[in-house]
Design a protein around this ligand. Structure first.
Ligand code: P1T
Length: 376
């Protein structure tokens, strides 16, 4: 099966009970058993629910994997993957990543004795040298949020050999990047973003083809219980059916926006892997089949100018999150990445002047006109 066929059919056979063509929302917490332990494979909805299972099957298929665990948010999925580790274990993490992931690692799991080293994972030799006897996992975000830096998944996976390699594939989506095929062991998504695609539901998923790792994540899912309800699972599954269509338009629009910004006299720097000026454009072409819908940039002038610009846009709403059909603009330093200390942020290039666009799938002429008039 090809990508969109899987998005529309994997896990989504007609309902065995009623013949409903579309997977029903099984709004139930529990299941009547014929006798103790005799049931149809479901006994309690934290453990398993048919609507959630359909979503898990659909999303695993999109990453060419067998197993998926859905969660109530992206950070809940991240927490479940980190939850397979034990106190004293060490994780190497790419040093530019979503602020909420940084906060979860440093301020929650750090207190439980897990150790995190944040580093520039574009330097694979340095990554190899940072491996200690206690290192158990590599955590890669690529492209990174918000600097759109790439990590060479294949090279890091080779350096990591017997470690667990986890990739947050939220920005690229499986439509443009398949980390498991490049040697990663587990993929995490905030399905709140492109997979759900309509900014109307929060969710996450962890996907793997490794049965033991799946069992360990599934144990976390059931034990810590951060599962999505059936309504949220259903909305996410509906959104994911059109992932390919949306991603093609997101990428086409983002390329046009990035090129427009790069050519504008008021713009200082543009970060988009699809630009020839992106330092890792060649890696992007090799590792991804498209460059995604996120564009970051700095304007000439100070941060007050950047904020003023953001407020003047008509179609780009000033909002956190990304990946919906509508365009958004965000000021990462004050919004999504505010939990990262300023010094560390700035070391990564995430200054107070940086703006991040989630380029939607509106007509590109309207988006460019909006940017042009706010820049003017
Ligand atoms: O928000 P949640 O569904 O819990 O997902 C967390 C998350 C994980 N990974 C990446 C790469 C993310 O970007 C996010 C969430 N990010 C935003 C809300 C944002 O605006 O960047």
């Amino acid at each position: 099966m090809k990508f969109s066929t899987k998005a529309i059919h994997a896990g989504q056979d007609a309902d065995p009970a009623t013949g409903a063509t579309i997977v029903p929302i099984y709004q139930t917490s529990t299941y009547t058993q014929e006798a103790v332990g005799v049931h149809k494979g479901f006994d309690y909805s934290r453990t398993a629910n048919p609507t959630r299972r359909a979503l898990e099957t659909q999303l695993a298929a999109l990453e060419n994997a067998r197993f998926g665990c859905a969660f109530a948010s992206g950070v809940a999925a991240t927490a479940a993957v980190i939850g397979v580790l034990s106190s004293g274990d060490h994780v190497i993490v790419s040093d530019d990543l979503y602020g909420g992931t940084y906060r979860l690692f440093s301020n929650v799991f750090g207190r439980y004795g897990l150790q995190f080293t944040y580093m520039d994972m574009t330097d694979v030799d340095a990554v190899r040298k940072a491996i200690r006897p206690s290192t158990k996992m590599m955590w890669i975000e690529t492209p990174t949020n918000p600097m759109l830096t790439l990590v060479d998944i294949k090279a890091v996976a080779e350096a990591a050999s017997d470690l667990i390699v986890a990739v947050d594939n939220t920005f690229a989506t499986p439509y443009f990047q398949l980390p498991l095929e490049l040697g990663a062991d587990v993929v995490v998504h905030s399905t709140t973003k492109y997979i759900g695609g309509h900014s109307d539901v929060v969710g996450g998923v962890a996907i793997t083809d490794d049965k033991d790792l799946y069992e360990a994540i599934k144990f976390q899912q059931n034990s810590a219980g951060g599962v999505p309800g059936p309504n949220d699972a259903w909305l996410t599954m509906r959104g994911a059916k059109t992932l390919a269509l949306r991603m093609r338009d997101h990428a086409k629009n983002a390329q046009a926006v990035a090129e427009f910004l790069e050519a504008h006299s008021q713009v200082d720097r543009v970060y988009y892997p699809g630009l020839r000026s992106h330092p890792q454009h060649e890696l992007a072409k090799r590792q991804m089949s498209g460059f995604g819908g996120m564009v970051s940039f700095t304007l000439k002038g100070d941060d007050a100018r950047a904020l003023g610009f953001a407020n003047q846009l008509k179609y780009f709403s000033l909002a956190e999150s990304l990946g919906g059909v509508e365009s958004l603009i965000c000021h990462p330093a004050r919004m999504t990445h505010g939990s990262i200390p300023k010094e560390e942020r700035e070391r990564r290039g995430l200054t107070d002047r940086l703006l991040r666009l989630s380029v939607g799938i509106e007509d590109i002429e309207d988006l460019i006109e909006d940017l042009r008039s706010a820049l003017g």
